[in-house]
Design a protein around this ligand. Structure first.
Ligand SMILES: [Zn+2]
Length: 419
């Protein structure tokens, strides 16, 4: 919804050093090259220009990352049944012969994917990367989610009260367990009725979880309690592992935007670098506006008449409208922004109510009463001040990203003639 600015040279340097250090240790760089050759043959270099080190991509700008992703997609990926598989040509040939793949064959290609993913293990570096983001939290102006502007990204959530994973298993509420396990086949009743004394006790007594599942869960819990925000890979790291450790592919976001909605949706297919808040040209704010609509919109001649008909949240809807054709429609759909913002109609209604109680004329009357001089400049100042007091400072000043729902408030304020 708004751009994130990573152009702080110290932050960028520290990020790059972190990745370079990782690749330089234990001969990892050579390992990557040899694995790449094994997996993709000599043509593996196609994604990179000559002389590029794998870790250079750590600080590539977003449009460069898109180029790499497109090359990678064209050269190595093959979409089959909604999933992406590596080794494009081979699998394409097979698909012509068989029309269908056997499960074991598909497994083979998934193993390739796993091997490539293991070379760029975001989860190993994640604690250090998150720490770095926390260190530069003020410079990066981390406050509300860069995708939705609905939630703070640095707020604590309910999981923070648990000491560790064992404590969580023993004391989490049913709702928390459901949220954590989602649609995984974990028996929640079983957890609620058991007492766990250790981590191995959890693995032993929670069918379908397994050691790996526990590890992932611990990581999730850690994210929730210690980071207060999640870093989303805009270009999905599962499909494009080579971009898992690239700064400009990371967007600090709320838990809902990261985990529940986008998942592994492959936005790259739409060929729009414009859609990432890390792109230089990202400008959602000026291309898309919140607008208030009523059932019989055309019946009302002006804003005054229109808002006089609004008495409750049921009397209007909120829509995100694109000024002209723009790529942001996909962004709106992906993060389900329109639906999610319907829950915040109260905020818009609050502005509408105030607008009804304080037409500009009334504010001018107040100015006349309060003003000690007749100086028009002073009076205008007083008028502006009163408006800020009535509608809230964030409607007029500061950046959208500072406070949740600010874009909604500003757009609606414009829409109903407050500003
Ligand atoms: Zn969000």
């Amino acid at each position: 919804m708004y751009k994130i600015n990573y152009d702080n040279s110290e932050f960028i340097n520290e990020f790059q050093n972190l990745v370079v250090d990782y690749f330089n240790k234990e001969n990892r760089l050579n390992k990557i090259e040899s694995t790449f050759k094994k997996l993709f043959g000599k043509s593996y270099t196609i994604c990179y220009s000559v002389g590029t080190n794998f870790y250079d991509t750590a600080i590539y700008k977003f449009d460069q990352l898109i180029n790499i992703a497109e090359q990678f997609n064209n050269k190595f990926l093959y979409e089959f049944d909604g999933e992406f598989y590596f080794d494009f040509r081979h699998i394409k040939r097979l698909s012509k012969v068989h029309k269908k793949f056997s499960p074991s064959e598909l497994k083979k290609y998934n193993r390739k994917k796993e091997r490539l993913r293991a070379l760029f293990p975001y989860s190993s570096l994640q604690p250090m990367i998150a720490k770095l983001f926390r260190k530069y939290k003020n410079e990066l102006k981390l406050s509300t989610c860069f995708y939705c502007n609905i939630d703070y990204i640095n707020s604590f959530n309910s999981y923070s009260e648990y000491k560790d994973i064992v404590d969580f298993f023993n004391n989490a509420s049913r709702d928390e367990l459901i949220t954590m396990f989602g649609d995984k086949k974990i028996n929640i009743d079983n957890i609620k009725n058991s007492f766990f004394s250790s981590e191995s006790d959890i693995v032993k007594n929670t069918y379908n979880l397994g050691k790996e599942g526990l590890k992932k869960l611990k990581n999730d819990l850690y994210l929730h309690t210690h980071d207060h925000f999640t870093l989303d890979h805009f270009i999905d790291k599962g499909t494009f592992p080579i971009l898992a450790l690239s700064l400009y592919n990371l967007v600090p976001s709320c838990y809902t935007c990261n985990s529940k909605l986008k998942k592994e949706k492959n936005l790259i297919k739409n060929n729009s670098s414009l859609l990432s808040p890390t792109d230089d040209n990202f400008d959602f704010d000026s291309h898309v506006k919140f607008k208030m609509f009523m059932e019989h919109d055309r019946k009302y001649i002006n804003t005054e008449q229109k808002i006089s008909q609004i008495n409750s949240e049921k009397d209007f809807i909120i829509k995100l409208t694109e000024k002209s054709y723009s790529a942001y429609g996909e962004f709106i759909r992906c993060f389900k922004l329109e639906g999610r913002y319907q829950f915040h109609k109260k905020t818009a209604l609050d502005l509408i109510d105030k607008r009804k109680s304080y037409p500009d004329k009334h504010i001018y009357d107040m100015v006349k009463v309060l003003s000690t001089s007749n100086d028009p400049i002073e009076e205008k100042k007083l008028f502006d001040m009163l408006k800020r007091d009535i509608y809230g400072k964030e409607v007029f000043d500061g950046e959208i990203k500072d406070v949740p729902l600010t874009k909604l408030k500003r757009d609606i304020a414009e829409n109903i003639g407050i500003k």
